[in-house]
Design a binder for this molecule. Structure first.
Ligand code: HEM
Ligand code: HEM
Length: 185
């Protein structure tokens, strides 16, 4: 995927601001934060919304947004949001859940074959280009929802079924814990 032009992306991003925030630091927990996201990952998701390969229960709102975007627009929007500085998530996270989630994030749960998230998403949750998205500061509710969708097979756009394999053995409580930890980063 070619690198885009962030200035051109900023002009086009007015169409996204109502939900994702002008700088990608969305406030509402159902709209994912895009600031500082891995640009190749943003491009991939926009392609997946265009083709409906990402068709989890909340994806429909993005089908219409992605439909008119051509390759240049996708690359420019990705470059813009990726270049924005992520702010700390203002929503409070439960301290006990955060502590439990930190253990899962860094060490997984060996007895049930849940791998450490840090192996793919990076030790500080900042993502690893080009495949692995940033999770640090993401809304806990959004993260929990996506993990449930991966587990149920409703989100099936993960390469090599990586996230479906990770989420399939996770309990709701483990999902909420790791989501609380990520929101607190
Ligand atoms: C998800 C980009 C406009 C609502 C996403 C994702 C991207 C994106 C890259 C995936 C994020 C991730 O996987 O972490 C954009 C761009 C827009 C735009 C570039 C403008 C062209 C909007 C608008 C709304 C919206 C206007 C609200 C009306 C959502 C929702 C999701 C999402 C609800 C989660 C979808 C799901 O869970 O499948 N958007 N967006 N977006 N966006 Fe947008
Ligand atoms: C995507 C969480 C472990 C590879 C995601 C997403 C979440 C997540 C919430 C969606 C991000 C978004 O929509 O913005 C976690 C958690 C993990 C974990 C909590 C540990 C329990 C792993 C591991 C791998 C991995 C070990 C590699 C083997 C990926 C990939 C994607 C992804 C490739 C992108 C999927 C796509 O392109 O749509 N992860 N992850 N994750 N994760 Fe993980």
């Amino acid at each position: 995927a070619a690198a885009g032009n962030a200035a051109a992306g900023q002009a086009a991003s007015a169409a996204c601001a109502a939900c994702h925030g002008a700088d990608g630091n969305s406030m509402a927990p159902t709209f994912p934060r895009l600031a500082g996201q891995v640009p190749e990952y943003i491009q991939k998701q926009l392609h997946n919304f265009k083709t409906h390969d990402r068709n989890d229960p909340d994806a429909g709102i993005m089908f219409g947004m992605a439909a008119p975007l051509d390759e240049a627009a996708i690359a420019n929007l990705a470059a813009y949001f990726a270049s924005q500085a992520p702010t700390k998530n203002p929503m409070p996270a439960d301290a006990a859940l955060v502590a439990k989630g930190k253990n899962i994030y860094n060490g997984g749960v060996a007895e049930r074959n849940i791998p450490a998230c840090a192996a793919c998403h990076g030790p500080a949750g900042k993502g690893l280009a080009p495949l692995f998205p940033r999770l640090a500061g993401q809304h806990g509710m959004y993260v929990t929802n996506q993990l449930k969708y991966f587990k149920a097979g409703q989100r099936a756009n993960d390469p090599a079924m990586m996230m479906r394999g990770v989420a399939k053995n996770m309990t709701d409580e483990e999902m909420q814990a790791v989501a609380a930890y990520l929101q607190s980063l």
